[in-house]
Design a protein around this ligand. Structure first.
Ligand code: ADP
Ligand code: MG
Length: 709
C-alpha cells in the first residue's frame, strides 16, 4: 500500500563474537538487536554465589550454594529413571543430588571424587538433605568465589543463561553507554549517571547482611525507568509536534449553526460538555490540525459535542465526517443527527458497507459534490471510492476500536482527501511532507483511562474529559445472582416489560466466530420467546446481515420489541432511554470495560434501572475480583483504575497497541515519574534536540517508525 511506512531494517547481532545467525535471530525476537539493547537487557533477579553455605545450615525455601565432593553416583530406575549422586561437604554432612532429566555429560561431571559447587534449594526429605536439579559447576578446591551476585536474565529458548550472561557482560564493555541527558536536566531531576546505573543493575556489589539489593539499586532503577519513560514521551511529543506543523483550514466559530442546534435541544449542556466544547472550538479556529481525544464515560453525552464541532466546520463551508466502528453505532449516530441537523438545513449522508449499490452511488455523489455537509458511516468512509468536496473535520467515535491498520488508513485517507479535493486552500504550500495540510481530528472514547496512563499513552494528543453525567439520571442498581436463579431473573424481565419498559439480555460472545456461543445466543432467544409469549423478543448478533440487524435495532428503538437478546454487538453506543433492565448472562466471562459499557446501556432515562449480572459458579479468582469491582463501582474511571490493577498495563492497553513500545521497566502507575519525564521531554525537544535524538535511538531504535501511525 502506497505511503505505508516500510518496516525499518532491523539491525541484528549476527556476526558479533559468539553470536551465529540462529542465535541472533532468537535474540532479535526478544528485541535484542544491538550491543546497546543487550546492555539495557536488565536481570530479572540475582543468585548469590558469593557465599558457600554449609549443608546443615541451609534455610528452607531459599536457594543456596554448597561446595561438595561426590561420593557416589548412580542411575536409579525407581520410581523412574533418574541420576542420583551422594555428596558430602567440608563438615561431612551428606547431600543427595537428584536429576530427573540428565545428559551423559552431567553423569560424567558427577564422577566420585569430583569437587563441585552446587546451587539450589535444599529440602530435608526422607533420605536426608537433597537438592533436585541443582546447577553444578566443577571447581578446584579453594577456587575464589565471585565477588558480585550472579544475574539471571530473561531469555528465550535456545539461548541459555550462560550465553546470555556472557553476551551482556561483553556488551557492557563495548556498548555506547554515554550520557544522553544534558547536565542541567540531570541536576533538575536528581538523576544518577546513566552508565554507572546500568552497570550497577547488572552487577550489584555484594550486599551486606540486612542490606537489601533493592535499596542499593534504587537510584539506578529510578534512572533507567526515567529514561525509558522519557524516550516514550519524547517520541509521542515529537509525533504531536510534527503533526502540528501541518496546516489545516481555520474554522472559527460563527455560532450561526451551533447556537441554532443548542436552542433546539430539549436539554442544556452540562458544565463539562460546555468546557470541552470550548476547548474544541478554540482548536478548530487554529491553522493547524486539531488532534484531540474526547474522553467521557458511557452516557456522558459525547455525541452532541461531536455534532457541535461538525457544525462549526459546516459554518465555515467545510464538510465533517463521523466514523464509528460498527454499523449499529453508525446508524444510531445517523438517526440522532437526522433529528438534529436537517431542521437547520443541513443534509446528512450515510455510508456503510451494506448500502445497496444504487443508494451508495447517490451518497457518494452527495459527498463528492459537497451537497451533504455531514457524513456518517463505518469504515466504508475510508474506502478509496469516497472523496469529499471539502473535508474540514473527521470525528472518530470509539477510536480504540479501530485497529492500527484502520487508524493508519484513516490518516492516509484524510490526507488523500484534502489533496484530491483541494480543500487545502489555507496558508502554506501543500504536498510537501513537512507542511502538508490536514483535516482536524476529534477522537472519542468511552473507555476511561486513568489519568497517569492517559498522560503516558496519549502524549501525542490533547485530551478533553467530560467528567460529569447529564442530570436526572438515577443510579443503576447492580445485582449479582447465580445462574441457578434464572427463573427469578426472567420474572423480573417480564415485570419490567409489562410495566412499559424494555430490557436487554446479553449472551457472551467472546469471538464472533465462535459457533458455540452463537448457538447459545440463539437458544437463549428461542427459550425466552417461549417463556415470555406476551412480549416481543428480538435477537441481534454479529453474524446477522446488516439490514436485519438495523431493522431489529430500529424496532427496539420504537418499542416494538421489548426484550432484546444480543451478543456483545450492542456493547458500544446504543441509546434507548426506555430500556431499564440489563441482564448479562455469564457475566464472569466478560472483561471489566465490557461490563461497564454494557451496564451503561441502561440508566439513560429518568426511571430507575437495574443491571443483573448472572454468573455460573465456581468463579476463578480473577472473575470474582472483576465482579466485585463492577458491583461496587459505577464510575468508569474508578473501574478502569481497578482494571489496570487487576490486569497490569500491558493487557489493559490492548487495543491501543498501535506500535507503542511496551515499557519494560517503568511503571505506568507512577504519576510522579511520568510527570517528570513529560516535563523533561518537552525541555529536550525544545532546547536539546540532538540529545533527544540520541536518547530515542538508544531506547526505541526501530520501534519509532511504528509510532507514527
Ligand atoms: P455517549 O457519551 O455515551 O456517547 P450520548 O451522546 O449517546 O452518550 O448521550 C447519552 C444520552 O444523553 C443521549 O440520549 C443524549 O441525547 C443525552 N444527553 C446528552 N447531553 C445531555 C445533557 N446535557 N442533558 C441531558 N441529556 C443529555
Ligand atoms: Mg457514544
Amino acid at each position: 500500500m502506497a505511503g505505508e511506512p516500510t518496516a525499518p531494517v532491523a539491525p541484528s547481532l549476527a556476526g558479533m563474537p559468539g553470536v551465529n545467525k540462529a542465535v541472533a535471530a532468537k535474540l532479535a525476537k526478544i528485541g535484542l538487536r544491538s550491543q546497546e539493547d543487550l546492555a539495557l537487557h536488565l536481570p530479572l533477579r540475582f543468585e548469590d554465589e558469593t557465599l558457600i553455605t554449609p549443608v546443615a545450615a541451609a534455610p528452607p525455601g531459599v536457594s543456596v550454594q554448597c561446595e561438595v565432593t561426590i561420593i557416589s553416583s548412580d542411575v536409579a530406575f525407581r520410581p523412574r529413571r533418574q541420576l542420583v549422586a551422594r555428596a558430602q561437604d567440608d563438615a561431612g554432612d551428606l547431600l543427595v543430588l537428584r536429576f530427573l532429566n540428565f545428559y551423559p555429560s552431567q553423569q560424567k561431571q558427577l564422577q566420585p571424587g569430583a569437587h563441585l559447587r552446587v546451587f539450589g534449594e535444599i529440602r530435608h526429605g526422607f533420605f536426608g538433605a537433597e537438592m533436585v536439579h541443582p546447577r553444578c559447576q566443577k571447581v578446584e578446591p579453594d577456587e575464589a568465589l565471585p565477588q558480585t551476585l550472579t544475574p539471571v536474565y530473561p531469555t528465550t529458548a535456545g539461548v541459555g543463561q550462560g550465553t546470555m550472561r556472557r553476551l551482556v557482560q561483553r556488551a557492557l564493555t563495548v556498548a555506547d553507554l554515554s550520557e544522553t541527558l544534558p547536565e542541567a536536566l540531570l541536576r533538575t531531576h536528581k538523576l544518577a549517571p546513566f552508565a554507572d546505573s546500568v552497570r550497577l543493575l547488572h552487577q550489584p556489589p555484594h550486599v551486606e547482611f540486612g542490606e537489601s539489593i533493592e535499596r542499593v539499586q534504587q537510584a539506578a532503577w529510578q534512572r533507567v525507568r526515567f529514561d525509558e519513560l522519557l524516550a516514550q514521551q519524547i517520541s509521542l511529543r515529537r509525533a504531536y509536534v510534527r503533526r502540528r506543523e501541518h496546516t489545516a483550514p481555520r474554522l472559527p466559530s460563527t455560532g450561526e449553526l451551533t447556537n441554532a442546534l443548542l436552542t433546539s435541544l430539549p436539554f442544556a449542556l452540562t458544565a463539562a460538555q460546555q468546557r470541552v466544547c470550548t476547548e474544541i472550538r478554540q482548536d478548530l479556529a487554529q491553522a493547524h490540525p486539531m488532534q484531540r481525544l474526547l474522553q467521557g464515560d458511557v452516557g456522558s453525552g459525547k455525541t452532541v459535542v461531536a455534532a457541535l464541532a461538525m457544525l462549526q466546520a459546516v459554518e465555515n463551508g467545510y464538510q465533517a465526517a463521523l466514523m464509528a466502528p460498527t454499523e449499529i453505532l453508525a446508524e444510531q449516530h445517523y438517526l440522532k443527527l437526522q433529528q438534529w441537523l436537517p431542521p437547520l438545513g443541513i443534509e446528512v449522508a450515510w455510508l456503510t458497507g451494506s448500502l445497496k449499490k444504487k443508494d451508495k452511488t447517490a451518497m457518494l455523489e452527495a459527498v463528492a459534490s459537497g451537497q451533504a455537509r455531514v457524513v456518517v458511516g463505518t469504515h466504508a468512509l475510508i474506502e478509496d471510492t469516497v472523496s469529499f468536496k471539502q473535508l474540514g473535520l473527521a470525528v472518530i467515535d470509539e477510536q480504540h476500536r479501530f485497529g492500527v491498520r484502520q487508524r493508519l488508513a484513516l490518516r492516509q485517507k484524510t490526507i488523500q482527501v484534502e489533496t484530491t479535493s483541494g480543500a487545502a486552500d489555507t496558508a502554506g504550500p501543500t504536498g510537501t511532507a513537512g507542511t502538508a495540510s490536514s483535516v482536524h481530528q476529534l477522537m472519542m472514547s468511552a473507555t476511561p483511562i486513568p489519568r497517569t496512563l492517559a498522560m503516558s499513552l496519549y502524549a501525542d494528543l490533547d485530551v478533553s474529559v467530560i467528567d460529569e453525567l447529564p442530570p436526572g439520571r438515577t443510579p443503576i442498581r447492580t445485582r449479582l445472582v447465580t445462574a441457578a436463579r434464572r427463573e427469578e431473573v426472567v420474572a423480573r424481565v417480564h415485570e419490567a416489560c409489562l410495566g412499559g419498559h424494555q430490557a436487554y439480555w446479553i449472551c457472551p460472545l467472546v469471538d464472533e466466530s465462535e459457533t458455540l456461543d452463537l448457538q447459545n445466543a440463539i437458544a437463549t432467544y428461542e427459550a425466552l420467546r417461549t417463556e415470555l409469549p406476551d412480549i416481543h423478543v428480538g435477537l441481534v448478533h454479529g453474524r446477522m446481515k446488516a439490514d436485519e440487524k438495523s431493522a431489529t435495532m430500529e424496532a427496539f428503538g420504537r418499542n416494538d420489541i421489548q426484550l432484546l437478546v444480543s451478543t456483545t454487538v450492542i456493547e458500544v453506543g446504543v441509546d434507548v432511554p426506555n430500556a431499564t433492565l440489563m441482564v448479562i448472562e455469564h457475566a464472569e466471562r466478560f472483561g471489566l470495560a465490557q461490563l461497564h459499557q454494557l451496564r451503561g446501556r441502561v440508566g439513560r432515562g429518568a426511571a430507575e434501572s437495574s443491571c443483573i449480572l448472572m454468573y455460573a459458579p465456581p468463579l476463578s479468582e480473577m472473575a470474582r475480583a472483576r465482579l466485585k469491582v463492577i458491583f461496587e463501582n459505577t464510575d468508569g474511571f474508578e473501574i478502569a483504575r481497578h482494571d489496570l490493577q487487576l490486569r497490569g498495563p500491558g493487557e489493559f492497553i490492548g487495543a491501543r497497541q498501535s506500535g507503542l513500545p511496551m515499557l519494560k521497566y517503568a511503571d505506568l502507575e507512577d504519576p510522579v515519574l511520568i510527570e517528570a519525564a513529560r516535563t523533561a521531554a518537552e525541555a529536550m525537544l525544545r532546547d536539546y534536540p540532538d540529545h533527544a535524538e540520541r536518547h530515542l535511538q538508544r531506547w526505541l531504535a526501530g520501534a519509532e517508525e511504528l509510532l507514527k501511525a
